[in-house]
Design a protein around this ligand. Structure first.
Ligand code: FES
Ligand SMILES: [Fe+2]
Length: 365
């Protein structure tokens, strides 16, 4: 099978602009977890396809808006998550749950703030929907529902995200690489022997099963006996966990969000957010599973989670080096690459990407 994303599509500013329009703004995009938005005025933010978005709790109801002040266009909420009014930090305009500015310092000094004018200064709304713990946003023009967009991948995404327990690690970094190279890197284990000879050698990809789920895909793989035996010794501590998996599993939510779990005991959630043609913000969060009731060994579980997080950080550092090497020669190759049957999920990612790009002039992806 040949690759169908061209070499020049990994390094050009024009391509990034085109894919923001034709891919990244034509999907539902993960923005945060419901549990981070439980209280009045809790908010999360993320830049999606170059558009800053905020989701905020107003008296128990969540609303999504473009995070750009209507006065003179400052970013309104500046942290990834927090709790404060939807108030611009520049001159203090405050917005309500309809996105209307209702608190305007020194209002009489504006001579044309009629009710009609205020309506025109309303923040631009985005659609908001959730599955399990995961909240997704989309521009209002998108006509497909979240459920239809997730399709076959939906039940697993709902189940895994509902199982997330204590957050044990969160890291954010900027990788000098195109976002697609990083996503593709998570979709195959062909690179594991050379890139991760010590850190990821416990994963038995030969026993792996790949599933293509429309534009999404998943993988379930075995782990070696040594690690399996180690887990069996502590498995009783995770009894009652909502998701039980034999070994390692990975899910892509097209185009740039991945979830992974080992035994349903720990989970990691990654987001690859393009900042430029050769620059990607990478956010990864590690969670322990939810368990029933208080665990008698909470201290051990936290230690377990931290050691998983350390392992993940080491693996991602190795992937960063490999992917930046790819980026350092991006655009040079003249013909299509070639994919093994181990790389079937990379092939599916390429085809999904192509279908969105090629549908740019049509009505739907
Ligand atoms: S730019 Fe937001 S209040 Fe002025
Ligand atoms: Fe890797």
């Amino acid at each position: 099978m040949q690759t169908s994303i061209r070499p020049d599509e990994y390094c050009s500013p024009e391509v990034l602009t085109a894919e923001q329009r034709s891919v990244l703004r034509r999907v539902w995009t993960f923005i945060g977890l419901r549990r981070d938005l439980e209280k009045h005025l809790d908010y999360v933010t993320r830049d999606i396809a170059g558009v800053p978005i905020v989701v905020q709790n107003f008296d128990g109801t969540l609303h999504a808006f473009e995070n750009v002040c209507s006065h003179r266009f400052s970013r309104i909420q500046c942290d990834p998550r927090g709790n404060r009014p939807l108030q611009c930090r520049y001159h203090g305009w405050t917005y309500n749950s309809e996105g209307l500015p209702y608190g305007i310092p020194e209002r009489p000094r504006f001579d044309d703030l009629t009710p009609e004018r205020l309506q025109s200064l309303r923040l631009t709304r985005w659609q908001l929907a959730s599955t399990g713990q995961m909240l997704f946003v989309a521009p209002t023009e998108l006509t497909i529902s979240l459920e239809d967009f997730l399709g076959e991948a939906g039940p697993q995404v709902a189940a895994w995200s509902s199982a997330l327990g204590t957050e044990v690690d969160r890291s954010e970094s900027v990788i000098e690489c195109n976002w697609k190279t990083l996503v593709e890197n998570t979709l195959e284990a062909y690179h594991v022997p050379l890139v991760h000879p010590k850190t990821f050698d416990w994963m038995d990809a030969k026993r792996g099963v790949c599933r293509i789920e429309g534009v999404h895909s998943s993988f379930t793989g075995g782990v070696d006996e040594k690690l399996a035996n180690r887990f069996r010794k502590v498995e009783s501590l995770f009894r009652g966990r909502p998701v039980s998996i034999d070994g390692y599993a990975h899910q892509l939510v097209f185009p740039n969000v991945t979830l992974a779990t080992t035994w349903g005991a720990t989970f990691s959630l990654q987001v690859f957010e393009p900042l430029g043609p050769a620059s990607t913000r990478f956010t990864t969060t590690v969670y322990l599973t939810r368990t029933e009731g208080e665990s008698p060994r909470a201290d051990f579980l936290e230690m377990f989670g931290k050691s998983v997080a350390e392992g993940n950080r080491a693996i991602f550092e190795e992937d960063r080096v490999a992917c930046e090497r790819v980026q350092s020669v991006a655009g040079i190759a003249r013909s299509a690459g070639i994919l093994s049957d181990e790389e079937v999920r990379v092939g599916a990612f390429h085809q999904a990407y192509r279908s969105f790009r090629d549908a740019e002039s049509g009505d739907s992806p």
